[in-house]
Design a protein around this ligand. Structure first.
Ligand SMILES: O=c1[nH]cnc2c1ncn2[C@@H]1O[C@H](CO)[C@@H](O)[C@H]1O
Length: 528
């Protein structure tokens, strides 16, 4: 070798060492790949490269500036056309660890469920017209029989503001100039979802998008918090999750309302009945899977108890006691406790510190174990109360962190997450739509991965964002990094089980099933 050749070789070696060192914390490069995985990895990377230079480079009438990882709501239709999406939709995803139950079922499906319920009524503060239809929100409620209304329409000038109209009537009589019944559906769906114009134009700040976001939950609560709909809603959530390759779920349920409305229209069904229903549907779905010989595809679901960060510390005590009582009665269902809502505007964890510390002691007395699984750091703030929530979540012993978007600002926290195995439930599409970043290449996920922080990718509120299942989030991540590949997605799926609240035996069982599914998936990729 001439001296320049040996210089070059030495340089290449130093370069490789530096890159290796820089990536040495990454969890996705630890396990060796099988020959089939190596092939599949290459196939997927080739397709990604091809689609980056075709689909994502072409002009499309409705997508003025396409690029891989672009704003989800604008790029969604293009994503659906890719081969990569088709492949990922078949991938076994492991567990879904971060989803708010009341935002998990396709909005059109929810509306269909609602239209079958004669008890459900709608009211509005003023007659709906062409000029206000986009800004007036429907309020839904199931009424007792003696309060059923025979008012016909919310679009007639004779409509008396604030009167209940049965949703079937309201839909049938929705004015033809507003699109008739289809116009009614469009109006309701628009109130249940965030559309691209809102996310990227009219509401494109964190404060404004949260206003719209929060309003969708108020509208949907009127439909979901109704005993005849609740079980069908959960059933659909499980069914569609299974179809997307999700085998286990830890769903956050909002227990802020202390009761649900019963079939008779009375608002008096307590939380324990909600859990009885959840358990029943879970068992039915699992039985059904078993009959089909598919029990491995759905090993279960649990609940993370949540309430909202605007209650007072005194009120929190009631919810913590409620959570303990539910855990005692349904130990297999309650997986953890969390506080949710817009961290930028609501009460920080530190203000709840007394009841939260007391919760630990109360659990000891009652002989139960309910881990905190806190939302924290879902913010752009640097040292803001929302950013500081990360410190309190860690000090309070959180098992995982919901979002943790601001964790990358805190090297010590990243070390602790890596060392103690505190996984982050990262929700890429949610973060982008809620305006923390404007596209996936701007998302801090690679910083977490390179620091060895365990990550479980999650969908958060798929019915509001339109990212049903986990395939869309996996897709956005895969097309936005050249380091990440199929083995990165494998690690997310595996870690979602590893950092779940399953006990070690259940985990082993789940991971064994998942590994089997993964092998078949890889075979499928290789043989296409
Ligand atoms: O990304 C999120 N961060 C914080 N809170 C959320 C998020 N998504 C939904 N919720 C909250 O959960 C409740 C419904 O269960 C809603 O009140 C909503 O504000």
């Amino acid at each position: 070798m001439s001296s320049t050749e040996s210089d070059l070789a030495e340089y290449q070696e130093r370069r490789a060492t530096l890159i290796r060192d820089d990536r040495s914390y990454r969890r996705d490069i630890q396990a060796p790949l099988s020959p089939a995985e190596i092939k599949a990895e290459k196939i997927v990377r080739d397709i990604r490269a091809l689609e980056a230079s075709t689909i994502w480079k072409q002009e499309h009438a409705s997508v003025p500036h396409p690029f891989p990882g672009m704003e989800f709501l604008t790029g969604r239709n293009l994503i659906l056309q890719t081969k990569l999406f088709k492949i990922l939709s078949k991938m076994p995803k492991g567990a879904l660890l971060h989803a708010h139950l009341d935002a998990t079922v396709n909005s059109e499906f929810l509306l269909k469920l609602a239209l079958q319920q004669p008890a459900l009524h709608v009211k509005v503060p003023q007659t709906i017209t062409l000029s206000n239809v986009d800004s007036i929100l429907p309020e839904f409620r199931a009424l007792p029989l003696d309060q059923y209304s025979n008012a016909l329409s919310v679009t007639e000038t004779s409509y008396e503001p604030g009167t209940w109209v049965s949703i079937q009537n309201a839909r049938a009589a929705f004015d033809p100039s507003l699109g008739g019944p289809t116009g009614f559906d469009k109006w309701v769906i628009g109130a249940l979802m965030i559309n691209p114009t809102e996310a990227y134009n009219t509401h494109s700040t964190i404060a404004k998008i949260w206003e719209k976001f929060t309003s969708t939950f108020i509208v949907s609560a009127g439909l979901i918090r109704f005993a005849p709909i609740f079980p069908e809603y959960i059933r659909e959530f499980f069914k569609t999750s299974i179809e997307d390759g999700i085998m286990y779920i830890e769903a956050r349920i909002n227990f802020l309302y202390k009761t649900m409305i019963g079939e008779d229209g009375e608002d008096n069904i307590p939380h324990r009945e909600w859990l009885v229903t959840f358990d029943r549907v879970l068992n039915e779905v699992q039985e059904n899977m078993k009959r089909q010989g598919r029990e491995g595809e759905f090993i279960g679901a649990r609940i993370i108890y949540t309430t909202i960060r605007f209650i007072t510390p005194e009120e929190l005590e009631w919810y913590l006691e409620d959570c303990i009582a539910l855990k005692k009665e349904f130990p297999h269902l309650i997986a953890g406790f969390d506080l949710v809502g817009n961290e930028n505007e609501l009460i920080p964890l530190i203000d709840y510190i007394q009841p939260l510390l007391k919760f630990r002691a109360r659990q000891k007395e009652e002989g139960v174990d309910i881990p905190f699984i806190f939302h924290a750091g879902e913010t752009l703030g640097d040292g803001s109360a929302a950013d500081m929530n990360v410190y309190d979540a860690i000090l309070l012993g959180t098992k995982r962190i919901g979002h943790g978007y601001s964790v990358v600002k805190h090297p010590k926290i990243m070390d602790l997450c890596r060392e103690r195995g505190i996984a982050l439930e990262v929700c890429p599409i949610s973060n982008e739509i809620l305006r923390l970043c404007s596209s996936m290449p701007m998302h801090p996920l690679p910083i977490l991965l390179n620091n060895g922080v365990p990550v479980a990718l999650s969908s958060d509120d798929p019915s509001v964002f339109g990212n049903m299942g986990l395939t869309f989030d996996f897709f956005q991540v895969l097309v936005s990094s050249e380091v990440s590949g199929l083995s990165t997605l494998r690690q997310f799926a595996r870690d979602s089980l590893e950092f779940s609240t399953l006990n070690s035996e259940e985990k082993q069982h789940a991971i064994a099933i998942w590994e089997h599914q993964w092998e078949s998936f890889i075979e499928g990729v290789v043989s296409t």
